[in-house]
Design a protein around this ligand. Structure first.
Ligand code: SF4
Length: 271
């Protein structure tokens, strides 16, 4: 689906880390809106999406973001430790980033004015374009790639607008081989095969598992409001929609990864 694109000059860029991301001093969103438009996206239930247009059909492009970040980051650093989560309510590597390079421009600023730590959360293979910049952060960065399942048909049911799984695995592999700290975020847990953990182990040494009930910032309420349960019912996969379902994948992961490589919910996204 084509998104409506609007250029905007934001007044502020760095926001305070709160709730699930309270461990961070700041969150950073290069765009508002997200053209991936995932069915279960909890941002659909947040004020940023309340504008009378369907989530996934519009993207605001933040012009002048690099100059603004330079100012805000310099000021924030003068006050204390700066840890940044990018991004909390958009995907920093959604398709428009190929052309606009807002995220890349922000990384260029952060290479010059380095935060103490940067966590990058995406589901897009485009993230591999910026390996050269991530390497400049050394161990003060982690790239977390959402890979909720290894079953492409399941991915298509829940996130038809998102990139295929194979491209994400390949990007993670390239990042890891280049020496960039990575993670696969199985978040939210979707129905997957028994081979999933072994597939992940070929490309990453750290995984995080999360679900709607622990990870949507409202104990599953936002997800329930979206009516995602009816999608599970339609697919005959009800056993995967409950607060204990994540354990299926967690136990499988533990068969392949060591204890210190498997994180659960918030701890996997902490600075
Ligand atoms: S990629 Fe992330 S922010 Fe974008 S729609 Fe999907 S869950 Fe929401």
């Amino acid at each position: 689906m084509k998104s409506k694109l609007i250029y905007k000059y934001p007044k502020t860029l760095l926001n305070k880390g709160t709730g699930f991301l309270a461990g961070y001093s700041h969150t950073l969103n290069p765009y508002a809106g997200c053209s991936f438009g995932c069915s279960y996206c909890y941002v659909r239930q947040m004020p940023v999406s309340f504008r009378g247009e369907e989530w996934g059909t519009w993207v605001d492009i933040k012009k002048g973001a690099a100059e603004l970040l330079r100012k805000e980051l310099t000021k924030a650093k003068s006050k204390g430790k700066v840890t940044i989560f990018m991004s909390s309510s958009t995907d920093p590597y959604q398709p428009i980033e190929y052309r606009e390079e807002i995220t890349r421009s922000l990384l260029e600023v952060m290479v010059e004015v380095p935060p103490d730590f940067l966590f990058v959360q995406t589901r897009s293979p485009l993230v591999q374009r910026d390996i050269d910049l991530f390497l400049r952060f050394k161990d003060r960065v982690r790239i977390s790639m959402t890979i909720e399942t290894d079953r492409e048909e399941i991915r298509k049911h829940f996130t038809p607008g998102a990139p295929p799984i194979t491209g994400r695995l390949k990007a993670l592999q390239l990042l890891a081989e280049a020496g960039v700290p990575t993670q696969a975020a199985i978040a939210p847990v979707l129905p997957s095969s028994e081979e999933f953990p072994a597939t992940l182990a070929e490309v990453v040494d750290r995984v995080c598992v999360d679900d709607y009930f622990m990870g949507d910032g409202s104990g599953g309420k936002r997800t329930r409001n979206l009516g995602i349960d009816s999608l599970y019912e339609r697919l005959g996969l009800e056993e995967w929609y409950n607060p204990a379902a994540w354990r299926i994948v967690y136990d499988r992961l533990k068969g392949v990864f060591s204890d210190d490589q498997v994180y659960v919910s918030q701890e996997g996204f902490a600075p």
